[in-house]
Design a protein around this ligand. Structure first.
Ligand SMILES: C[S@@+](CC[C@H](N)C(=O)[O-])C[C@H]1O[C@@H](n2cnc3c(N)ncnc32)[C@H](O)[C@@H]1O
Length: 308
């Protein structure tokens, strides 16, 4: 594995979610500063600590052009990932839990831990779902514990059961990268033929099989037989399904914020949820700094377009 991959390579749009996280954590610390809570930060898909941003023009254009070493070095840029930002923001948390399935990235997180000997940092290598669910169960025994969980998977790897476990604590705010266009929507094929393991992944991600009936519509073909086709509105419906489930589980959410690539194509949505309405104003403000999405408007737009 190349060094760059160990370190995680991201598109320039990753800044948007990381800045949103940092702003939320700074505001969270301000609100919590005069309270005697034990503050916990959970980073379920923590990465390597630092990420290399794709900035070389040839790469950015998707061209396979040779770049000499000096040029590549000059254009290489690293940005602080979520664990580094959480460690640096505000007065800091009392405990940090970082999870990553990739042992090479977890090894780089161990280095980060060595760089911060005064902080209580726990690193777990492996699937975050089991680890976060176990951690969430401890909150019931700790009345003074409060926290923030950043859930930033590449694909449909965040299980709904994990989100639900965090919601049940009533003490943890979540910021979720919901990779709808980047990953989830791509697993939902046009003709409805989906590999069984993808169906299982999607069921685990949504915590229900309802995504299937929302994503597909039965249509009569030219010969009068009934065929299943992916709905034009699949992405919007799936976002509404997930967001609705979040609102039900936590109690408070804000409008999703769409993150696009440099060409304006949708990639993922940033979602926020909490059992406490304390964070609603600040989360709405931070999310609105991107492209915040009005789900009702989206649904209305879809319906009008279909009628016309
Ligand atoms: C989008 S990256 C995280 C970036 C990171 N939050 C940052 O800001 O730098 C997703 C990470 O999730 C890890 N990963 C994938 N599946 C996982 C799983 N089931 N449990 C824990 N980590 C996982 C990958 O190794 C990768 O480092």
């Amino acid at each position: 594995m190349r060094q760059a991959h160990r370190q995680n390579t991201v598109g320039p749009w990753a800044r948007r979610k990381l800045n949103a996280l940092e702003q939320y954590l700074a505001a969270y610390h301000k609100v919590m500063q005069n309270q005697r809570f034990n503050l916990i930060y959970i980073d379920a898909f923590a990465g390597a600590g630092w990420s290399r941003v794709r900035t070389a023009p040839a790469e950015a254009l998707g061209l396979d052009l040779p770049i000499d070493d000096d040029q590549a070095e000059a254009e290489e840029e690293f940005i602080a990932g979520s664990p580094v930002r959480a460690l640096a923001t505000g007065r800091g948390f009392d405990h940090y839990f970082f999870f990553d399935a990739d042992p090479r990235r977890a090894a780089l997180l161990e280095q980060l831990k060595r760089d911060h000997p005064q902080k209580d940092i726990r690193i777990k290598t492996g699937d975050a779902n089991a680890g976060v669910q176990k951690l969430a169960a401890h909150f019931h025994k700790r009345p003074m514990a409060r926290g923030v969980a950043f859930l930033d998977p590449y694909g449909p790897h965040l299980h709904w059961a994990t989100v639900q476990a965090l919601a049940e604590t009533r003490k943890v705010d979540v910021i979720i990268n919901f990779p709808l266009a980047m990953a989830i929507n791509r697993l939902i094929t046009r003709d409805g033929q989906i590999r069984e393991n993808w169906v299982q992944m999607l069921d685990a991600c949504f915590g229900t099989h309802d995504w299937h009936s929302l994503a597909y519509e039965a249509k009569d073909d030219l010969f009068g037989s009934n065929t299943v086709r992916k709905s034009e509105a699949a992405a919007e419906r799936l976002l509404a399904l997930y967001h609705g489930r979040l609102a039900h589980a936590f109690g408070h959410t804000v409008k999703p914020s769409l993150v696009t690539n440099t060409k304006g194509n949708p990639l993922y949505y940033l979602l926020w949820a909490s059992a406490n309405m304390r964070g609603v104003a600040i989360a709405s403000h931070i999310m609105a700094m991107g492209n915040s999405v009005n789900l009702q408007e989206l649904r209305h737009r879809k319906t009008t377009r279909r009628k016309g």
